[in-house]
Design a protein around this ligand. Structure first.
Ligand SMILES: Cc1cc2nc3c(=O)[nH]c(=O)nc-3n(C[C@H](O)[C@H](O)[C@H](O)COP(=O)(O)OP(=O)(O)OC[C@H]3O[C@@H](n4cnc5c(N)ncnc54)[C@H](O)[C@@H]3O)c2cc1C
Length: 419
C-alpha cells in the first residue's frame, strides 16, 4: 500500500523561499508540508543579506531571533578597484531611516535552520531527508509529488497546490526543460572560507566588500562570526580557466590581482575546501502551471554581485504564499491565478538584473553616474538595499547613457496549457 499524505499545500525545499512560504501559509491556518531532501543543518553558500530582507523576516517573526543571534551586523557595502583603492562605503542608514538599515552576514546552515524551525513553530509539517522525485498529475493538473525518504521508502504527498522552492536544483524547471540562461551573465564562481583575515573595526566590521579583478570579475569578501570570512571570485569561465582548472592555483593567482584582497588575506588561514559553480543567471520559462507554482531560485537566479538572492527568495516566498492563500480561498489553483505574482516578481528581478548588467559593462562606473546625476543616489541606493518593487525608470534612463541596459525578459509568466 502506498503511503499517501494529504495537505493544503506541498512545498518542495526548505531553504529561505520554502520556509517563508510555509510560515505565511501555516500562520493563515493552511495545512502545509515541507519536503526537504537534506538533514539540517546543511551547508549553503550565500551569506550576505540586503536591508530589505527585514520586511519579509519581520512578517514571519524572525527579527528578534536574528537580533539575538551571533551573526555579524552589516551596515554597508563598499567597492574596491583593481589597484586596491576603496570607494566611500554605501552606508544603508544614510538612505534608510529605519532599523532595517542594519542587516546581517549569516552562516546559512544556521539561518536556514532557524527559518525552517520557525516554520515548524507556526505549524508547518517538516519532512527532512525526503526528496521530491516526481510530479504527479491528473488531467494536466499537478496534484502533488512522489518523494523518497533517506532509507528509500517512497511516499506520496497530495495537495491542490505544490510550491517548488527547490533552489538551483530547479525541480520543475529541470524536469520540464524550462531553464533559460541569461547569456550575458554566464559566469562561474569559485569560493572558500578563511579564519584570521584582516577585518575592519566598529561599524565597518560587517561591510560586504566587492573587489574588482581585471576583465570585470570580482571578489566578494564577507566577514562572518567566529573570525571567519567568506571569499569568492566571480568571472567569465574563459578568464578564470585560461591557464587550467586547478581551483587553488586560480584562486591564489587572482588574489594577487587585487592588493586589497591580498593584504586582507595575508595573515589568514584557509579552513575550507574550494567550491565552484556555473549556471549563473537563469529564469524559468514559466512560473506556474495548473496546481504548481515556482519561487526563489527554483524560479530565477541572478548573479549574486549585489547579494539579491536571499531577499528575492524571502520576498517571493511571502508573495507566493499570499497568492496561494487567495487561490485556495477561491477554490481555483489554475496557473492564471499567478499572473500578478509573476508580474510583480519579474518587475523586481528586472530592476536588479539591469543593475547587474551595468556592473559588468566595461564603460559603466557608479562614480561617473553619481557625478553626473547626484540626485539619483537615492534611487541607486534603493536598488542596492533591495527596495526593488518600485519605478526605476529615471535611474535606468540615466544608466543607459553609460551602459547597455537589457530589455525585460518576455517569459516567466504562468503557462495556461498542459505540461
Ligand atoms: C556563489 C553564490 C554566492 C551567493 N551569494 C549570495 C549572497 O551573498 N547573498 C544572497 O542574498 N544570496 C547569495 N546567493 C544566492 C542565494 O544563495 C540563493 O538565492 C538562496 O539560497 C535562494 O534560496 P531558495 O530558498 O530559493 O533556495 P535554497 O536556499 O537553495 O534552498 C532550496 C532547498 O531545497 C532543497 N531541495 C532541492 N531539491 C529538492 C528536492 N527534490 N526535494 C526536496 N528538497 C529539495 C535543498 O536541499 C535546499 O535546502 C549566492 C549564490 C551563489 C551561487
Amino acid at each position: 500500500m502506498e503511503n499517501v499524505h494529504y495537505y493544503d499545500v506541498v512545498i518542495i525545499g526548505g531553504g529561505p523561499a520554502g520556509s517563508t512560504a510555509a510560515t505565511v501559509l501555516a500562520e493563515k491556518g493552511r495545512r502545509v508540508a515541507v519536503l526537504e531532501k537534506e538533514r539540517f543543518p546543511r551547508y549553503h553558500v550565500g551569506e550576505s543579506l540586503l536591508p530589505y530582507c527585514y520586511f519579509p523576516l519581520q512578517r514571519i517573526g524572525m527579527i528578534d531571533k536574528l537580533k539575538q543571534s551571533a551573526f555579524i551586523k552589516k551596515h554597508s557595502v563598499q567597492f574596491v578597484r583593481c589597484d586596491g583603492r576603496v570607494s566611500a562605503p554605501f552606508y544603508f542608514f544614510q538612505h534608510l531611516d529605519h532599523e532595517a538599515s542594519q542587516t546581517w552576514q549569516v552562516s546559512r546552515s544556521k539561518l536556514d535552520q532557524m527559518l525552517i524551525e520557525n516554520a515548524e513553530e507556526f505549524g508547518a509539517s517538516i519532512f527532512y531527508e525526503t526528496a521530491a522525485k516526481q510530479i504527479l498529475t491528473h488531467e494536466d493538473t499537478v496534484i502533488g509529488v512522489q518523494a523518497q525518504k533517506h532509507g528509500g521508502e517512497r511516499v506520496v504527498f497530495k495537495a491542490p497546490i505544490t510550491i517548488d522552492c527547490s533552489g538551483r536544483d530547479g525541480f520543475a524547471m529541470t524536469r520540464n526543460n524550462w531553464r533559460v540562461r541569461d547569456p550575458q551573465l554566464s559566469k562561474i564562481a569559485i569560493w572558500t572560507y578563511y579564519r584570521g583575515a584582516v577585518r575592519d573595526q566598529g561599524i565597518d566590521e560587517g561591510a560586504t566588500t566587492v573587489a574588482y579583478v581585471p576583465e570585470k570579475g570580482w571578489f566578494w569578501y564577507i566577514p562572518l562570526a567566529d573570525d571567519m570570512v567568506s571569499v569568492g571570485i566571480t568571472a567569465e569561465q574563459a578568464y578564470l580557466y585560461r591557464h587550467g582548472k586547478d581551483l587553488q592555483e586560480i584562486f591564489t593567482r587572482e588574489i594577487s590581482s587585487n592588493i586589497w584582497v591580498e593584504q586582507h588575506l595575508a595573515p589568514a588561514e584557509r579552513v575550507e575546501r574550494f567550491w565552484v559553480t556555473g549556471d549563473y543567471s537563469y529564469r524559468s520559462r514559466f512560473c506556474a502551471v495548473d496546481g504548481l507554482v515556482l519561487a526563489g531560485d527554483a524560479f530565477a537566479f541572478l548573479d549574486p554581485v549585489f547579494s539579491s538572492g536571499i531577499f528575492l527568495a524571502l520576498r517571493s516566498g511571502e508573495m507566493v504564499a499570499d497568492a496561494v492563500d487567495s487561490a485556495l480561498t477561491d477554490g481555483d489553483l489554475s496557473a492564471g491565478q499567478f499572473s500578478e505574482y509573476s508580474e510583480q516578481l519579474c518587475g523586481g528581478i528586472e530592476a536588479m538584473r539591469k543593475l547587474v548588467y551595468a556592473f559588468y559593462d566595461k564603460s559603466f562606473n557608479f562614480g561617473h553616474l553619481l557625478d553626473k546625476y547626484p540626485d539619483l543616489r537615492g534611487d541607486l541606493t534603493d536598488c542596492l538595499i533591495g527596495n526593488l518593487f518600485r519605478d526605476f525608470d529615471p535611474l535606468f534612463d540615466a544608466i543607459a547613457q553609460f551602459a547597455d541596459i537589457p530589455r525585460p525578459l518576455t517569459y516567466g509568466g504562468p503557462q495556461r496549457k498542459n505540461i
